[in-house]
Design a protein around this ligand. Structure first.
Ligand code: NGF
Length: 289
């Protein structure tokens, strides 16, 4: 379960339906071209919070069917509707997903007792493991070292996807819980996290930049920091271009230049203007050759 995991995109057609052929191509591109170690399915990048329960299940099915046992698969099942989270956890477990993950419950100001109950309810309902998805900038949920420790007391909670720029907390977590899996969540900070000895990384830009991310991670593990820094610099030139142009839409347009029918993003996300499509194509020409 270590290494580089792509936060998988999902291809949607203009009507917002799953574009199955495109989704299968996305899986193949990540496995065959980028050669990542695993896929994180139905996360933010998969537009999970914009789709129905039935679509989430169908995406889990298609990805498992296409990937088989070629790479590790993590199913993000977190939901404000805890019944949905439990239903998806069971569904993904039955399909053979290697682990589950769930975003911290957001929008309402849940206290820690409620957050802990949420995780234990989901994971104790199935025969699988859980990776906490912590992304405070989007959820408003900031957990302390001690609170992570309390969640980790449940042995089925095996790690955290840490999407935050708090390197002090990240170092403390690594030191305090050497047996837990820690994944870095911000691709632009991959090298800094790798130096702190995280077990892997999960990111959206790996859909197009997976090979470079693998090299950064490997070089850091080998102590070749200067070379890794060069690659992180190129990566961050790419990421700043993507962020300025529209994150998920730009990655999809870049993938189209690689022959992947990545479709469009679901509403309320808007489609790229013609000018922005051109920028995405220029980014692909510059960074994906
Ligand atoms: O897209 C976001 C939102 N974060 C992703 C990643 O943490 C999300 C990150 O790769 C993810 O793993 C998921 O799909 O659940 C960024 O897109 C990237 O670092 C560019 O900022 O913040």
């Amino acid at each position: 379960m270590k290494g580089i995991f792509t936060a998988l995109m999902c291809a949607f057609d203009e009507q917002g339906n799953i574009h199955e052929k495109g989704l299968r191509q996305l899986v193949r591109h990540n496995i065959d071209v980028s050669k990542v170690d695993g896929l994180y399915v139905n996360g933010s990048t998969g537009e999970n919070f914009l789709i129905s329960t039935e679509n989430k299940k169908r995406i889990f099915e298609i990805v498992k069917d296409e990937a088989g046992d070629q790479v590790k698969l993590i199913a993000q099942v977190g939901s404000l509707n805890i019944d949905e989270a439990v239903e998806l956890a069971q569904f993904a477990t039955d399909l053979g997903y290697d682990s589950l993950s769930a975003v911290t419950p957001f929008y309402y100001k849940f206290d820690f007792e409620e957050i802990k109950d949420y995780y234990n309810t989901i994971i104790n309902s199935v025969d699988n493991t859980m990776i906490i998805y912590s992304i405070p900038a989007l959820t408003g949920v900031n957990m302390s070292l001690e609170q992570f420790g309390e969640l980790f007391e449940n042995e089925k909670i095996i790690g955290v996807k840490f999407t935050a720029p708090d390197f002090y907390l990240l170092e403390r977590l690594r030191h305090a819980y050497p047996e837990k899996l820690i994944y870095s969540g911000f691709d632009e900070m991959l090298l800094s996290a790798a130096v702190l000895n995280v077990d892997g990384a999960i990111g959206s830009t790996f859909n197009v930049n997976g090979a470079r991310a693998r090299s950064i991670f490997q070089l850091a593990q080998e102590g070749k920091i200067e070379e890794a820094r060069e690659l992180q610099k190129v990566t961050n030139d790419l990421i700043s271009g993507i962020l300025a142009n529209g994150l998920y839409q730009t990655i999809k347009e870049m993938l189209k230049t690689q022959g992947v029918e990545a479709g469009v993003c679901r509403k309320p996300m808007k489609q790229l203007s013609a000018d922005k499509v051109k920028v995405a194509q220029e980014l692909a020409a510059k960074f994906l050759s």
